[in-house]
Write a protein that binds this ligand. Structure first.
Ligand SMILES: C[S@@+](CC[C@H](N)C(=O)[O-])C[C@H]1O[C@@H](n2cnc3c(N)ncnc32)[C@H](O)[C@@H]1O
Length: 210
């Protein structure tokens, strides 16, 4: 289910600030060479993530689900020179590609990659973050949420991708549909946070910790 007509989506893309050439190249390379290229966040969400990092003045960012590195590099752009972004993935092949692009970016040195199941990485992380972006295996969204919230600073922002899951949250059937619907239910009743569900792309749940 598309929430926005294709032509309107294209218009929104056209009238959104351009991403740097390197990110354009990364998106094109991913589209041409990677079988799961549709996982890449893309221009509108990438520019939104960058803007959220800039607006919150975040210095520490956590990403769950790096893929070829598009969203990580988008957020790193808005981090200060001494800012830090930790990104998690389990796929060695995509990590190699992401590392190559990070090394070509003036912002790449702010990024470090944790190549392990993200729940494991999360349980070993002993620091707090200003902003987190969750975009990995949907079946574990509830576990990720419960692990991330204590690691967010007060007034920290959690951005959850695919929270409308092509509309499948309306009648959840598969494990991933159920997990995403559950996390949405959990968030709206969680007194530790306030949130807004945006119908941007596949749905973005913006969650601010009190
Ligand atoms: C939707 S993609 C991320 C897209 C990325 N944010 C972007 O903008 O290009 C999801 C990623 O999560 C990773 N992933 C899946 N299960 C994981 C797990 N248990 N731990 C860490 N990463 C995982 C996959 O390898 C995949 O690269």
């Amino acid at each position: 289910m598309d929430f926005v007509k294709k032509e309107v989506e294209e218009y929104a893309k056209l009238y959104t600030s351009n991403e740097p050439e390197l990110l354009k190249e990364l998106a094109e390379f991913t589209e041409t060479n990677m079988p799961m290229a549709q996982m890449l966040t893309g221009k509108i969400e990438g520019r939104l993530l960058k803007m959220l990092v800039a607006l919150t003045g975040a210095k520490t960012v956590l990403e769950i689900g790096m893929f070829t590195g598009y969203s990580a590099l988008s957020m790193a752009e808005a981090l200060p020179e001494d800012g830090q972004l930790i990104t998690c993935d389990i796929d060695e092949e995509v990590a190699k590609l992401a590392k190559d692009y990070f090394s070509r970016s003036p912002h790449g040195s702010k990024i470090s990659i944790e190549l392990a199941p993200a729940l494991e990485t999360l349980s070993n992380l002993n620091q707090t973050f200003d902003l987190a972006f969750l975009d990995a295996d949907k079946e574990n969204y509830v576990e990720y949420y419960q692990a991330i919230i204590p690691k967010l600073k007060s007034n920290g922002l959690l951005v959850i991708d695919n929270c409308l899951w092509s509309g499948k949250v309306l009648e959840p059937k598969a494990e991933s549909d159920i997990a995403i619907h559950k996390v949405n239910q959990l968030i709206v009743t969680d007194s530790r946070v306030e949130n807004v569900v945006l119908t941007v792309r596949d749905g973005i749940n913006l969650v601010r910790k009190h």
